[in-house]
Design a protein around this ligand. Structure first.
Ligand code: SF4
Length: 197
């Protein structure tokens, strides 16, 4: 049996594992395999973050999400605010929390990862976005003054949607064109990303 400090050290080195369906269960359905964090699990995982002043994780994020800020809000139980912070830089946090290769981006730079498992930034991003959707309090950022310019985007997959979001937030009017029946591209017609973890 380890001593209390040893136990504590071990706890901070290991991330909170996301629970998932048992193999026998998931073999009989097409639902997402990982369940996502509960609020308690999210707070516990967020508490592993050191709130670095010069956060290297942020440099590893292609869209420069304010990672310590959104994780700090989760730590305080301010889950909706955490999601709104994510959406300042990323229109699709629920998607990115699931499919971004965090292990070679933000999480690969995490300071905590030098002595243990890095903070589960992707899992926390997914949690905050799912929480917002579950609560039905989805906030759409306020649009700036229109520039009068119009932009057409061909394809409504994640790339097209992100591009549309950034252009709208720059004041342009956007029309998305999609060849298939529903918008969303790989998000609608691709394989389930839930098989990844
Ligand atoms: S590098 Fe890791 S510990 Fe530091 S702010 Fe980013 S997630 Fe938190």
């Amino acid at each position: 049996m380890g001593t209390e400090p040893e136990k504590q050290d071990k706890k901070t080195k290991i991330r909170v594992k996301m629970k998932e369906q048992e193999p026998a269960e998931r073999a009989r359905n097409f639902r997402e395999v990982p369940y996502g964090y509960t609020p308690e699990e999210a707070v516990e995982e967020a508490s592993r973050c050191l709130s670095c002043k010069k956060p290297p994780c942020r440099e590893g994020c292609p869209v420069e999400v304010e990672i310590p800020r959104f994780i700090g809000l989760i730590k305080e139980g301010k889950f909706l605010e955490a999601c709104y912070t994510l959406k300042e830089k990323n229109a699709l946090p629920a998607v990115c929390g699931r499919v971004c290769p965090q292990e070679i981006q933000c999480e690969s730079r995490c300071i905590v990862g030098k002595k243990g498992e890095p903070v589960a930034i992707g899992n926390l991003e997914r949690f905050a976005a799912d929480y917002e959707a579950e609560k039905g309090e989805v906030r759409i950022p306020e649009k700036p003054r229109p520039t009068g310019r119009k932009v057409a985007i061909i394809g409504s997959g994640p790339g097209g949607l992100t591009c549309a979001s950034d252009l709208i937030m720059s004041g342009h009017e956007v029309t998305l064109f999609e060849a298939l029946h529903k918008p969303g591209g790989v998000l609608v017609y691709g394989r389930s990303s839930g098989c990844r973890r």
